[in-house]
Structures are given as structure tokens and as C-alpha cells.
Design a protein around this ligand. Structure first.
Ligand SMILES: [Zn+2]
Length: 327
């Protein structure tokens, strides 16, 4: 007698034997299902200025960050200060940008020199935008995606609506869309403290800073999730701002793991910018470089004291290690 297992049974047998094996295999890489969305943006390419300023360090930082972004399947945008050069290696910036574009990442303009619109004249800022785009096109690989985004250095968008309008007009004419930030944070302060700990060969401080960084970023993200709920009645997709620095070269994997545990799936900046929230009026002309969630709240006339209350701050011990007075 032939032993024939009906197809339906085969399916069940497969489930019984294969499913546990699949579950076991993925146990160490298990993440809860995504129900939130976030885009990752990395500023100050080809690398944050740190003092020592060696090209080899910047190359290593970009290699490590891009490897981790790829591992998590993230279509990040890197914002470039295209005049940034390394005295010890004239070709380094070009090679660093290629690390990003070879991995399928997109590059955006962050001005040539990282000038703040709150510190230079409108004409100087316009020149820095144009020069940033020209140098970026010259330095990036010819096969890379065309440049379509601009990010204001320090998120400074101008002290009057006239100035903002003038700059927006130039950006529009150059085919550039402003890339705002929802999840703004003091990561740059942690990065400065971390760099100092590396220089001092202080391993204890390094690990304390890294632990505090991950806690702080999670608290800050929870804060912005709640700000979105309060302002919009829903959690909008987030845009995270971080920088190309040694802190992220060493700890980006943990940071992204935290995001995944919070249910975030990674999407492109273009996807997030389709959200209706970006059509809200933004009339903020204060001196701060702030999250657009706060800009919209401000523009709506919400009492800033109560609306912005409870924002997590960088702890004083980190500020001290970084040599920074406040966030
Ligand atoms: Zn910047």
C-alpha cells in the first residue's frame, strides 16, 4: 500500500517542523512589527569637525555609519557641507561621498561652509547655498541620485518671514526642497563629550556617555511622539537628525535597535514629507533651530510654556564633559 500524505497534511507537517526552526533562527534578530515610521538624516558630511581633523577618521566614521544603515535597510539622506576639506588628504571628501552613494544613500545640500542664516547676510547665505550645490555636484559620483533636498545649518531658517521667503525662492529655483526635522535633539553635545573622552583615552567616560545617549534619545523621541499626539491628534512619521561623528560610528546600531523596539520602520525622507502635517503654517522666526512640531505649535499660537513643557534635556554631567553651556 502506497503511503500518500494529502497536500493539506503536508502543509500542516511543514508548519509543525519548519515554523519552529524559522522562529529559532530569527529569535536573535526579532523585532516587534513596525507601526510607526521614521526617516533618518545624517548632517555635516563628509564629517563633523573635531579638532584632530584627520581624513582617515572621517572615512572610518562614514564607513561604519553606512554599514549600519545598510544593515537596517535604511534609505538615509546625508547632508553635505561641500567646501569641507581635509588638510591631510585632498581627495578624502570625494571618497567619503562615494561610500554613501555606492550604498544607495541620497545626498543633500547643507551649504558649502555651514553658515547660519542668523549670523550672515542674506546675500552671503545665498552664495553659500549656490556654492554648496555646485561643489556637491562636482564632488559626488556622476551615477548618484540628483540632489533634491536642502537643510538649513543649525535649522536656522531666518529671523523674518521676508528673509525666509527670499531663501525659499532661491531653493525652489534650484530645485531643492527644505528637509525639516521633527525629532530634533542634543546628539551633537553627546558627540562632543564622546570625542573628548576618546582623546583622553577615558573608557569609563566613553561607556557612560554612550549609555546616557541611548536613554536620552529614547526619552526625547517619546517626548516628540507625545507632542505630535497633542498637536495633531496622531503620531506623525518622524524625521530624525543625527550627525556623521564617532559617537554614531560606534553606537548607531544600538540607537536604531531602540527605534525598532519602539515599533519604527524606516522610510525615505520623501515618504515622510508626503504627510499632511507639512502643509501646516510655519511662521516661526525665533532664534532657535527647533523641531517643526514646535514650529507648527508656535504658529498656531499655542502657549509655548505649557506645550513645550517636559522636554528632556542633556544631563549636566554630559554638558560639562562636552564643554557646552546648554542645549
Ligand atoms: Zn549641520
Amino acid at each position: 500500500m502506497k503511503f500518500i500524505v494529502p497536500f493539506r497534511k503536508v502543509r500542516w507537517l511543514a508548519l509543525i517542523f519548519i515554523l519552529p526552526a524559522l522562529l529559532m533562527r530569527s529569535a536573535d534578530s526579532f523585532h516587534p512589527p513596525s507601526f510607526r515610521e521614521i526617516a533618518v538624516t545624517v548632517d555635516d558630511l563628509p564629517g563633523v569637525k573635531t579638532g584632530g581633523d584627520e581624513a582617515a577618521d572621517a572615512v572610518r566614521v562614514s564607513r561604519k555609519i553606512v554599514r549600519v544603515l545598510k544593515k537596517h535597510g535604511i534609505p538615509a539622506v546625508g547632508f553635505v557641507n561641500a567646501a569641507r576639506a581635509f588638510p591631510d588628504d585632498a581627495d578624502a571628501a570625494r571618497r567619503i561621498l562615494k561610500i554613501w552613494t555606492d550604498a544607495g544613500m541620497e545626498l543633500g545640500n547643507h551649504t558649502a561652509e555651514h553658515s547660519s542664516l542668523h549670523q550672515v547676510s542674506v546675500e552671503e547665505f545665498k552664495t553659500d547655498i549656490r556654492e554648496g550645490l555646485r561643489l556637491l555636484k562636482e564632488k559626488m559620483d556622476s551615477k548618484a541620485q540628483p540632489v533634491r533636498y536642502f537643510r538649513h545649518p543649525c535649522l536656522h531658517t531666518g529671523r523674518t518671514l521676508e528673509i525666509r521667503g527670499e531663501i525659499d525662492g532661491l531653493l525652489g529655483g534650484l530645485g531643492l526642497t527644505v528637509a525639516p526635522v521633527t525629532f530634533d535633539n542634543g546628539e551633537w553635545i553627546y558627540a562632543a563629550a564622546y570625542h573628548k573622552a576618546i582623546m583622553a583615552k577615558d573608557r569609563k567616560a566613553k561607556s557612560m556617555i554612550a549609555d546616557s545617549y541611548l536613554d536620552y534619545m529614547e526619552q526625547k523621541l517619546v517626548y516628540f511622539e507625545n507632542q505630535s499626539l497633542k498637536l495633531l491628534g496622531r503620531e506623525m512619521p518622524q524625521i530624525m537628525l543625527i550627525h556623521a561623528n564617532k559617537l554614531n560610528a560606534d553606537h548607531l546600531d544600538d540607537l536604531l535597535g531602540m527605534l525598532e523596539q519602539r515599533g519604527y520602520g524606516f522610510v525615505s525622507l520623501a515618504t515622510v514629507l508626503k504627510d499632511d502635517a507639512f502643509e501646516l503654517p510655519d511662521t516661526y522666526t525665533g532664534r532657535g533651530g527647533i523641531s517643526c512640531l514646535h514650529r507648527w505649535a508656535w504658529s498656531r499660537g499655542v502657549d509655548p510654556k505649557s506645550f513645550f513643557a517636559g522636554e528632556p534635556e542633556v544631563p549636566s554631567e554630559i554638558l560639562k564633559l562636552a564643554g557646552v553651556e546648554s542645549e
